[in-house]
Design a protein around this ligand. Structure first.
Ligand code: ACO
Length: 319
């Protein structure tokens, strides 16, 4: 039977760091509030001349290098992003061009903070169906450009960055299962309503959210999706070696781990240094834990995300 498995990871964070102390001079906030309520200490901010595809290129080159394969083996590119370079074409096409790849399908996936999980699940399906052999799956975001920097309830939460994985056809899993959900009745709870129409931006061009509603929903589904993934594979929470959740808020992550009875020592967190990088947060955390050698062969790694839509999902991996 054909499976897919991850053979390389990479990530990239823009050079500029914005600390909580820096934010104190921008909005009425303070380091203590941000740390206590969110776990965030700092976030990275893209340079004016950097686009989501540029962040992605840097992450992808590292993933390709770590997989030690020739770039011309890549026959599928999927980019998860909420902050595309342009309305069209897709950031995946721009990335393909920047990487010098001549011909392969390339498209974006829009599932906000669950985007990487959606993209990885999609690539896995294509590979398992025998259609493609080696896929580049990327999460890349520049949220700093979607924020109202006078709104302290949102501007302190997000950061910029990119993460990428290379997955390839394999006789052994690899990716054991993926689980995707959406409930569009919540589309207004976390959104950026603005759109381009008749040459103008119509509607609010900044991230808006009902923080408490998002928080409660995230804690609920982050627990449920883990049980769904484990049940399909006849595994228990004690079998999970590494939980890599979307990094939105350390309190969401801690609550999820506590409800599942998983020690925080088995949870990879980057929220303190990265903030919430939306679709990039899971591959950024995964790359960190691969490179510092926390993740070892044969271990069970569970990726899980939740985001606007609402969307949520998980991918269970035998590393
Ligand atoms: N600095 C100081 N005070 C602030 C700030 C700030 N940056 N932001 C809000 N406050 C104030 C509020 O005005 C309020 O003051 P008041 O009591 O005088 O009215 C007080 O802090 C409490 O506000 P709450 O919104 O109730 O604070 P809460 O503890 O719920 O934390 C937070 C807010 C951090 C946004 C939380 O609800 C949260 O993390 N929700 C999840 C949202 C999220 O993560 N979104 C990211 C995208 S979604 C995703 O990735 C899944």
């Amino acid at each position: 039977m054909t499976h897919s498995k991850i053979i390389g990871t990479g990530s990239y964070l823009p050079e500029k760091i914005l600390t909580n102390q820096d934010l104190e001079s921008i909005v009425d906030t303070n380091d203590s509030w941000i740390r206590t309520r969110t776990g965030i200490e700092q976030r990275h901010i893209a340079a004016d001349n950097e686009m989501a595809s540029d962040l992605a290129v840097n992450a992808c080159l590292k993933a390709i290098e770590s997989a030690d394969i020739s770039i011309d083996k890549i026959d599928l590119i999927i980019v998860a992003t909420t902050t595309p370079d342009m309305t069209f074409p897709s950031t995946a096409c721009i990335l393909q061009n920047k990487l010098g790849i001549k011909d392969c399908p390339a498209f974006d996936v829009q599932a906000v903070c669950s985007g990487f999980v959606y993209a990885l699940a999609t690539a896995d399906m294509f590979i398992r169906a025998g259609k493609y052999k080696t896929a580049l799956v990327v999460g890349t975001e520049i949220y700093s450009r979607l924020l109202d920097w006078s709104d302290r309830s949102t501007c302190v939460l997000f950061g910029d960055g990119a993460g990428a994985v290379l997955i390839t056809k394999s006789d052994q899993p690899g990716i054991l299962s993926s689980h995707l959900h959406a409930n569009g009745s919540h589309y207004n709870t976390l959104s950026l309503p603005g759109n381009i129409s008749h040459g103008k931006i119509q509607g609010n061009p900044f991230v808006t959210m009902e923080g408490n509603t998002v928080f409660k929903f995230a804690v609920k589904v982050m627990e449920e999706i883990v049980y769904e993934a484990l049940s399909e594979n006849n595994l228990q929470t004690s079998d999970i070696d590494w939980l890599i959740p979307h990094q939105a808020n350390i309190r969401i992550i801690r609550s999820t781990a506590k409800k599942l009875g998983i020690s925080m020592e088995k949870v990879v967190t980057t929220i303190a240094k990265h903030g919430n990088t939306s679709a990039a947060s899971i591959p950024l955390a995964l790359d960190l834990a691969v490179r510092d050698k926390r993740i070892k062969p044969n271990q069970y790694v569970l990726l899980e995300g939740v985001g606007g839509g609402f969307t949520w999902g998980a991918v269970l991996i035998r590393w």
